[in-house]
Ligand binder design. Sequence first.
Ligand code: ATP
Ligand code: MG
Length: 264
Amino acid sequence: MLELRNVTKVFNPSTFNELVLYRQLDLKVESGEFVTIIGSNGSGKSTLFNIICGSLLPDAGDILVDGNSILKLPEFQRAKRFARIFQDPQLGSSPSLTILENLAIAENKNRRFGLGKAIDDKKIDHFITLLKEFDLGLEEKLNVKINNLSGGQRQALALLMVTMGNPSLLLLDEHTAALDPKTSEKIANLTNRIVKDNNLTALMITHNLRQAIELGDRLLMFHKGKIVLDLNGEAKKSLTVRGLIDKFNSLNMTDELSDAMVFS
Ligand SMILES: Nc1ncnc2c1ncn2[C@@H]1O[C@H](COP(=O)(O)OP(=O)(O)OP(=O)(O)O)[C@@H](O)[C@H]1O
Ligand SMILES: [Mg+2]
């Protein structure tokens, strides 16, 4: 479904701050695959999403969707097909509008005509049914402005809104990180259900190793712009948090060793 081929990304080229983040990065994601992504700060996780969405262009290489290059598609065109949810719950919806208004907009996102008769009783019943499944009490707050919702309620709503647009790719960038542990767990489980029920292709960045192991069909670990671990099937199922921490530690040790070798 999604393919990155030989992607190279250099920030601040030919300056003191030059950073070669990706060197010929390859990644293939199959349709319906749910991939969790972990990696230390600055390892190149969010940049991957920026490059997929078109807010950044690669310096070399190609990005393909269903075999066709999307490199020339501007960001706003890609946004019609790709949905993205960020760590900050403020970003997923319009804060000064109510839940009902946000849902109506989401449902009309890819339609030709504006809101018009978007909000009729039938639709309201449909929204209530969807919200009830979340078990967060959102169905009783249809006329409440997003401003007044908790972070967890906002992220849940953002998830519901993106699925209404029927995206071909869902990108989640630490979307549970700003929530308390219990809510984070709830949103993670909800994410899993939504991805599976809608058979979405999804990439989810997280620093929560347990969530990265428990959710999804495949796990990637980034380190300094490289994919250093790529596991699916039984290999992913048998992963442990301890095992992943050991892997992280061994990578950092290797860095220190190689640095020492260069400078000694
Ligand atoms: N627009 C930019 N200009 C210059 N450097 C950038 C830019 N975007 C990202 N970087 C650098 O690229 C590296 C990777 O950044 P990225 O945001 O992808 O990391 P990350 O893996 O998402 O980290 P975190 O876990 O902290 O969110 C970092 O060193 C960052 O400073
Ligand atoms: Mg990031």
